[in-house]
Ligand binder design. Sequence first.
Ligand SMILES: [Zn+2]
Ligand SMILES: [Zn+2]
Length: 324
Amino acid sequence: MKFVLKMPLASQNNKGSCFWCIKAMKWVPVLFIMTIVAWSYYAYVVKLCFLTVDSILSQILYLIFYHLSLSMFLWAYWQTIFTEIGRVPLKYKIPDSDHEQLLRAESPEEQRHILEEFSKNLPNANVNINGAVRYCDKCRCIKPDRAHHCSVCGECVLKMDHHCPWVNNCVSFTNYKFFILFLGYALLYCLYVALTALPYFIAFWNGDLQGIGRFHILFLFFVAVMFGISLISLFCYHCYLVSENRTTLEAFRAPIFRTGEDKHGFSLGRYDNFCEVFGDNPRIWFLPVKSSLGNGIEFPLNLHQQRTYRSMDSTQNRLEANIG
Ligand SMILES: [Zn+2]
Ligand SMILES: [Zn+2]
């Protein structure tokens, strides 16, 4: 008995140190971004505003709007990084008895039948490429609509968009709004820094800027433009995806319904698509606070697919009545 206990503990310890090593490595891109932001703060506030800008009024205005855009950017970034991923509820997990039955099944048809039986009360509209229930054998669960298995997180994630190393988190149902705001405010930050540094950048090339601090201003402008260019395409792409109610994964492979593949399957019209991510309260649309509609498991479908928020509510009531 002692031997049996010792082995797993030893292997767990080895696995543990390796696990923490990999976990630490995953923070490197986030640290890289934070280092750039910290340096840009020093370059903008100290070198540009305090040591280069002459007028007090300009200094005050520059600093107010700078801190405003930086705060919004960092707030959205924080929320994107530290919001927990949406996890598959317990009712989607295959119990051990059903899983054993699944392993013992003699044909794919039998396996398919077991999964169909298990999922008949689940509100799933999506199927896999063979028209069967979507099943994750790593998590031993039925995948809710729009959920996918993330190999980095090691589990199925609700309405998964993609795994982003720059935020060291999955971009998914729970933080998609925060991710778009992060892109938007980061872009605003870069544009603001680039535009306010532009006159001093020109002065540098005209030889009107003196002192060692002028190189900080030069690089500040370059870095802001470089990040701004890379952010603008990503931000515009995600605005397009929101307007179409599509995730990045769904843009690569359209979701499949019982009726077949349909890339517009979840699209409810541009305004409703926007509200699904940003919520129905305009006052908090642009604040990185939770306001997305729905539960990440069940999504209203377009008119062709016939499922709306109203029909979802009645299904929920029916289920609750049955349980009661
Ligand atoms: Zn999974
Ligand atoms: Zn992930």
